[in-house]
Design a protein around this ligand. Sequence first.
Ligand code: C6P
Length: 425
Amino acid sequence: MSSKTKNNIVSTIEPPVELDVAAIRADFPILDQKINGHTLVYLDSAASSQKPREVINALLEHYRHNHSNIHRGLHTLAERSTEGYEKTRSHVAQFIGGVPTEEVIFTSGATESLNLLAYAWGDLNVHEGDEIVITEMEHHANIVPWFQLAQRRKAILKTIPITVCGHLDLSNLDTIITPRTKIVALCHMSNVLGTINPVAEIAEAAHKKGAIVVVDAAQSAPHTTIDVRALGADFVAFSSHKMLGPTGVGVLWGRSELLEEMPPFNTGGEMIREVRFDKITWNELPHKFEAGTPNIAGVIAFDAALSYLDKLGMYNIHHHEMEITRYAFERLSELDGLEIQGPQVVEDRGGTISFTDPVIHPHDISTFLDSHGIAIRAGHHCAQPLMRVMGKVATARASCYVYNDKSEIDALVDCLKDMRKYFGV
Ligand code: C6P
């Protein structure tokens, strides 16, 4: 039995199963080490997650026993590699809601997926005076490709503003999305504020005006159940490395009607049906968009990451992170003046917590925490326009995942208290 929350995160009626964090941690060799003399507390999964033994072994296994190029050779190793690669494609298709496999395109990451779209769909469909709508809370990967597209096509880039609470302000959506709007591109979950956006509601408004909807799910796919159709999306982009998989692997999902009419982005081997000096025809989906030799080992090991997430259950993962986030809010409130950005209601957000201290710079916070073995990220998080809207130059950001528990939030908060003593505040 399943139902959907207002943010379109599929939730089950059954109570969540609590994650066995001790057992999970034992699967992640990297966590079993000391950093600067302290047990590693890894709270930077929004930047990149760590990898379980299953994923590391899958990479080794591929290179030790199975490696060859794919879709080309007729020998045993070529067949094994092709089979492994295509198995991951089927797994991704299931993982995002049971879509046709040919709608799943492997890229090098969410960034490449979004660039592919901006060139292949954008250059074909966006014309002078058309509008591209993004939001104020986007990562640069979901701003720069659209900015560049707008420049190339003499189109207008518009933004949906955010409220002081870190939600999208949808009060003027009707005037922001107009019949001239061709693309509405937004993140499902903000990498700074943690906000989970009501994508389906925005998609409905966009579709009414004839625009397509591009969802940057880089921060949500690792943490919540993703059903691309329930989101109302036309295209969805995400990265393997944020969801226990290898770096250099990303996904672009798109509705096949749209993918069919798009020209290729990268060109070369594999993406063609026939090449002559006077005429070239394209390969069928998804190969049309996968030119050259891809990250074969990475894609194959991504399957192991997805299996690991399946085993834990995305609903359970989401619940686990909500519990940690709730606890983090409680404990961080012990620090006077510490400001947490984004929604203060845990149900409206993910487990990515950006904060600022009234006196100590985020870079100093991160350096101090690192000297005590705690990894967080500090800076603008590749979201400079959002920082400007927030009136900040940087934030400190702690982000949790399946291997974190409340004791690590304790370590974080205790260390922040020590830091204030150290800095004399
Ligand atoms: N955000 C962070 O620390 P790539 O680099 O292609 O895997 O993902 C890009 C990207 C796109 N959208 C969102 C919402 C993201 O958060 C990211 C990556 C990391 O926040 C690294 S900058």
